[in-house]
Ligand binder design. Structure first.
Ligand SMILES: Cc1cc2nc3c(=O)[nH]c(=O)nc-3n(C[C@H](O)[C@H](O)[C@H](O)COP(=O)(O)O)c2cc1C
Length: 377
């Protein structure tokens, strides 16, 4: 077991995760698209957000609790949907879902995750379900019905995949579903014994939630199905139809323009999730953190604002909250935790993020999250 006292930041978890994951899985997780300018821009623009500390405020034990969608969470930190997670670390979805339930933070399962939504509901009855809407009406309606029957507390419709992205780095690394069995892949897997052993114990990863709609069931057919049928060709009318099918909390994920946010508010969403998909879709797109203030100004009074893309520390959470986010999600960050340490890494990542956030708040002289905006430089 690793010495947790030496894994004190998310970057420490990232480095250890990289050493323990097969290269092909790492490249899938870590990559952006194109020349990865959007990925780098997310980081650079986040770093450009600075705050002016106030002193003599006796803020040793700040309150990180975050109200969102009728519930108070322990911190404005959530687990974003990440597809094909079981490829990155076997059993990761259940580890993250259980950790989120125990720590009182939101957890969102991907449509293309390795576990079925019904199994995740047993581990975390408050889970949210992210929908890549299938183009076939029957599959679309059935997925929504299943999420409802399983008790999902929110439906998160992802709208930022009008088309599969080119993801050049993934292609160079031979990322595919299933990855081609080449001598290089075999050497890659054998050089990562903890991953290989865990995968051997749990079996080859697959997309369990989608299994009923892809009768052949093998990974190749499944991957072709997702590339062809999921998430594309959405219009505001199609979003409104899905809204009407879902009786509960409805969130749209992947919004960057204030007018798109306006449209979603007109449709009746409960929250707008500002995101550039972690820089994975369009390389000349703006940094997500740069889109946040405009969307907060446009619709922040009428709906709740959720944020992701580029959050890699508790300080980043403080930055996004200061700019108006009610909740910040991490995609890659939580994967680093589990890949670095196995299931206990889920809680260790959450601990680092919350502890960093709390410490930053103290240093800035903030007792509550809503004071952070007053510290913006
Ligand atoms: C490997 C990977 C797979 C992802 N899969 C999904 C997905 O299935 N559904 C979805 O809505 N977003 C998906 N995302 C986007 C994340 O939900 C989130 O928007 C993004 O990771 C945030 O950026 P961050 O990684 O910098 O935190 C994925 C991201 C990564 C890195």
């Amino acid at each position: 077991m690793a010495n947790l006292e030496k894994l004190v930041s998310m970057e420490d978890l990232r480095r250890r995760a990289r050493r323990r994951m097969p290269r092909v899985a790492w490249e899938f997780l870590d990559s952006g698209t194109g020349a990865e300018t959007a990925l780098k821009r997310n980081r650079e623009r986040m770093d450009a957000v600075t705050m002016v500390p106030r002193m003599m405020r006796a803020a040793r034990t700040p309150d990180t609790s975050a109200p969102l969608l009728g519930r108070t969470w322990t911190a404005p930190i959530g687990v974003a949907p990440v597809g094909l997670q079981s490829l990155m670390w076997p059993g990761i979805e259940k580890a993250l879902a259980a950790m989120a339930a125990e720590r009182g933070i939101p957890y969102c399962l991907s449509t293309v995750a390795g576990e079925s939504l019904e199994d995740i509901a047993r581990v975390n009855p408050d889970f949210w379900f992210q929908l890549y809407a299938p183009t076939q009406e029957a599959a679309r309606k059935d997925l929504i019905r299943r999420a409802h029957d399983a008790g999902a507390k929110a439906l998160v419709l992802t709208v930022d995949i009008p088309r599969s992205s080119r993801r050049e780095r993934q292609r160079r690394a031979g990322v595919g579903m299933p990855p081609k069995t080449t001598p290089r892949l075999i050497a890659d897997v054998l050089s990562r014994p903890s991953w290989a052993l865990a995968t051997w114990r749990r079996g080859v990863p697959t997309m369990r939630t989608l299994a009923p709609y892809v009768p052949a069931g093998d990974m190749k057919t499944m991957a072709e199905f997702t590339a062809k049928n999921l998430g594309h060709d959405l219009t505001p009318e199609a979003v409104a139809e899905i809204r009407d099918l879902w009786p509960g909390t409805f969130i749209v994920k992947g919004v960057l323009h204030p007018e798109d946010a306006e449209k979603m508010v007109e449709i009746g969403v409960d929250a707008v999730w500002v995101s550039n998909h972690g820089g994975r879709q369009v390389d000349i797109g703006c940094a997500a953190i740069d889109a946040l203030p405009g969307i907060v100004a446009a619709v922040g009074e009428r709906t709740e604002i959720i944020f992701d893309s580029g959050i890699a520390s508790g300080a980043d959470v403080a930055r996004a909250v200061a700019l108006g986010a009610k909740m910040c999600f991490l995609g890659r960050g939580f994967v680093w935790g589990v890949a670095a340490l196995g299931a206990p890494g889920a809680g260790h990542a959450e601990f680092i993020l919350r502890d960093e956030l709390s410490n930053v708040m103290s240093q800035l002289g903030c007792h509550r999250l809503d004071e952070l905006k007053e510290r913006l430089a």
